[in-house]
Design a protein around this ligand. Structure first.
Ligand SMILES: [Ca+2]
Ligand SMILES: [Ca+2]
Ligand SMILES: [Ca+2]
Ligand SMILES: [Ca+2]
Length: 227
C-alpha cells in the first residue's frame, strides 16, 4: 500500500530507481544525496539513524518537523547572507564614504598594495559598472543590492531541505523525525543486501551509485534562483 502511495505521488522521482539494479523491482522515494552520502561503510542502523536525525535537525531548527516554513526561513537567511556579502565586496571600495563607488575608486582599491595585471583591474571595473543601471558612472547601494541574484542550493546543486521534505511519507507537508527514521530504516535495509545489520564497503558503493543516478536525473531542481 505504501509503495502505491509513492508511485502516485512521485511518478518522476520513482522512475530514477528503475535504473538502479538494487531497486529494480521496487518503487522507492528519491532519497536525497545528503541522506545517502551520510551512510558509510561499517555503519549499523543506529549510526545511520543518528545521522538522519542530525540532517533533520539542521533543516528543522525549531524541532517541530520540517515544513515549508522552515524552508522559507532558510531561504530568507540565505538571501540576507548573499546581500550582505555583495555589499561588503563593493562598499569596501567606497574610499570617500559617500555611499557610492566610482570607477576611480574601484581602480584605486583594486591596485592598492597588489600591483595586479591591468586586465584584472579592467575586469573589476567592468564587473562593478555592470551594476550601474542609472548610468551615472558610480554604483550606489540600491544598485549593489539590486544586482544580487540569490541562489539557494547545497553542495550537490540541489536544495537539500526541499529534497528532504519531498520524502514526507504521508504528504501532510511536515517531515517528522519518526517519518525520516522510518524512511532511513527502509533505505538501510534495502542497501544491507546480506542482511547482517552492517553496511559493507560493497553495499555502501551501491548507495553511491544511487547518488550518481539521482544526481543525473535532477535537472529542473538545480539551484533555483530565489528572485
Ligand atoms: Ca520546523
Ligand atoms: Ca565613493
Ligand atoms: Ca549608478
Ligand atoms: Ca508527514
Amino acid at each position: 500500500m505504501k509503495n502505491s502511495t509513492f508511485a502516485t505521488a512521485l511518478p518522476i522521482l520513482t522512475s530514477i530507481f528503475f535504473m538502479s539494479p538494487t531497486f529494480a523491482n521496487e518503487k522507492e522515494p528519491a532519497y536525497p544525496p545528503a541522506l545517502i552520502s551520510s551512510l558509510q561503510a561499517g555503519n549499523e542502523l543506529n549510526d545511520f539513524l543518528g545521522r538522519a536525525d542530525e540532517l533533520l535537525k539542521r533543516a528543522d531548527p525549531d524541532g517541530d518537523g520540517l515544513d515549508q516554513a522552515d524552508i522559507d526561513a532558510e531561504k530568507a537567511r540565505t538571501r540576507a547572507q548573499m546581500r550582505a556579502s555583495v555589499m561588503a565586496q563593493w562598499i569596501i571600495k567606497d574610499l570617500n564614504a559617500d555611499d557610492k563607488v566610482t570607477v576611480e575608486e574601484i581602480i584605486q582599491s583594486t591596485r592598492a598594495g597588489r600591483m595586479p595585471q591591468q586586465a584584472f583591474v579592467d575586469r573589476q571595473v567592468a564587473e562593478g559598472m555592470r551594476m550601474d543601471t542609472n548610468g551615472d558612472g558610480a554604483i550606489d547601494i540600491p544598485e549593489m543590492l539590486a544586482s544580487v541574484t540569490v541562489r539557494y542550493c547545497g553542495a550537490q546543486g540541489v536544495n537539500p531541505s526541499e529534497k528532504l521534505l519531498a520524502l514526507d511519507p504521508n504528504k501532510d507537508g511536515r517531515l517528522t523525525s519518526e517519518e525520516l527514521r522510518a524512511v532511513a530504516t527502509k533505505l538501510f535495509r534495502s542497501l544491507d543486501t546480506n542482511g547482517d545489520g552492517v553496511i559493507s564497503t560493497t553495499e555502501s558503493q551501491a548507495g553511491k551509485t544511487l547518488i550518481r543516478t539521482a544526481n543525473s536525473q535532477r535537472s529542473g531542481t538545480r539551484c533555483p534562483s530565489l528572485e
